[in-house]
Design a protein around this ligand. Structure first.
Ligand code: OSB
Ligand code: MG
Length: 369
């Protein structure tokens, strides 16, 4: 495979409903898309999962754009590689910037799967044609609004509910949710809003039978998460702290995580995600696919990744219609009444990118190579 060009685009896509976490509220996404082309006229698409500012992690749309435009694009253009799993290695002299790397790397996987005439999920080694879907529900203006949202998602069939928590929107909220929905699969995500000084709060959360607590402590910490896990019964799940299979191995070894959330961007693409999944499967640690409010392109890549054997828990990958009035892929992602998503039969990511719509939404464009 010889990558001839890397095309960068930034699109703006307004969310149907704002999404609020402990680190802030998003109303409109600014999404960086990558289109790679090969010398034979093939193409593949990837999406950068960096956010609008450096609040979830240190990368954001602007750093991803400049890192790809100045460094990463040139490292893959004109290079002959035997397979997409080798794209990561071409970019190894750049430290970090995994979301920027993943945007290119995942596009190359789509391209390669299309060249082979294979659905991406099969090319990655997926073992199931249908994945279990859950939803992540942000912080709302009122507890009543949250209860109503949960009701609606349960009626749509989603298999588990994740709610965001932050100081002031935690214990009492979980109590209200449990009162109304005593037996649903429920979990919480704090996005690093707490410290070990809050251990009493987490002890109190134990009585609500949560599936797990996601990233309660610092984004760059593992050690304190292990300390917290020793003091509570609810499993700790790591999101922000895990950037590689080495991080996963360390977290498991010190007892910092009983579950791991895998995000393609955070770990640096499909090859890295496969390695995280392999470590966790070997260690009997369940993993699930996280979400970053992706457009259809990122969503399709998430679906493909979720078919790997270790993804045994419902993920945060849900229907396009929960986010966008109109997605940029055709067909958009839909969810069955049982809360499952079917992996596509078509080659690559399995749905067409609606170029006319992407053109309409594009605010800048740059070609490398
Ligand atoms: O922590 O999982 C997270 C969205 C943006 C940044 C971080 C997170 C999230 C979500 C949303 O929880 C998942 C989704 O619906 O895409
Ligand atoms: Mg999270």
């Amino acid at each position: 495979m010889l990558i001839s060009t890397v095309e960068l685009r930034e699109i703006r896509l307004p969310l149907i409903h704002f999404f609020e976490t402990s680190f802030g509220r998003t109303t409109e996404r600014s999404i960086l898309l990558v289109r790679v082309r090969d010398a034979d006229g093939g193409e593949g698409w990837g999406e950068c999962t960096a956010g609008e500012g450096p609040f979830y992690c240190d990368e954001w749309t602007e750093t991803a754009w400049s890192t790809i435009a100045k460094f990463l694009g040139g490292m893959v253009v004109g290079r002959e590689v035997p397979g997409a799993e080798r794209i990561w290695g071409l970019m190894r002299s750049v430290r970090g910037h995994r979301m920027a790397k993943a945007a290119i790397e995942t596009a190359c996987w789509d391209l390669e799967a299309k060249r082979l005439g294979l659905p991406l999920w099969k090319h990655l080694g997926g073992v199931r044609a249908e994945i279990a879907s859950g939803v992540s529900i942000g912080i709302q203006d009122t507890p009543e609004a949250l209860l109503e949202k949960i009701e609606c998602e349960l009626a749509a069939g989603y298999q588990r509910i994740k709610i965001k928590i932050k100081p002031g929107w935690d214990l009492q909220i979980v109590e209200r949710v449990r009162e109304r929905f005593p037996s649903i699969s429920l979990m919480v995500d704090a996005n690093s809003a707490y410290t070990l000084a809050d251990v009493q709060l987490f002890r109190e959360l134990d009585r609500f039978g949560l599936m797990m607590i996601e990233q309660p402590l610092a984004y760059d910490d593992m050690f304190d998460h292990a300390e917290l896990q020793r003091q509570i019964a609810t499993p700790v799940c790591l999101d922000e702290s895990i950037h590689s299979s080495e991080d996963a191995r360390h977290a498991i070894r010190i007892g910092a995580a009983k579950v791991i959330n895998v995000k393609l961007g955070r770990v640096g693409g499909h090859a890295q995600a496969q390695q995280v999944e392999a470590v966790c499967r070997r260690e009997n640690i369940p993993v699930w696919c996280g979400g970053m409010l992706e457009s259809g392109i990122g969503r399709a890549h998430n679906i493909a990744m979720s078919t790997l054997g270790g993804f045994t828990l419902p993920g945060d990958v849900s229907a396009s219609s929960r986010y966008w009035s109109e997605d940029i892929i055709e067909p958009p992602v839909t969810v069955s009444a049982n809360g499952t998503i079917r992996a596509p039969d078509k080659p690559g990511i399995g749905s067409e990118v609606d170029l006319a719509r992407v053109d309409e939404l594009t605010v800048r464009k740059e070609m490398i190579g």
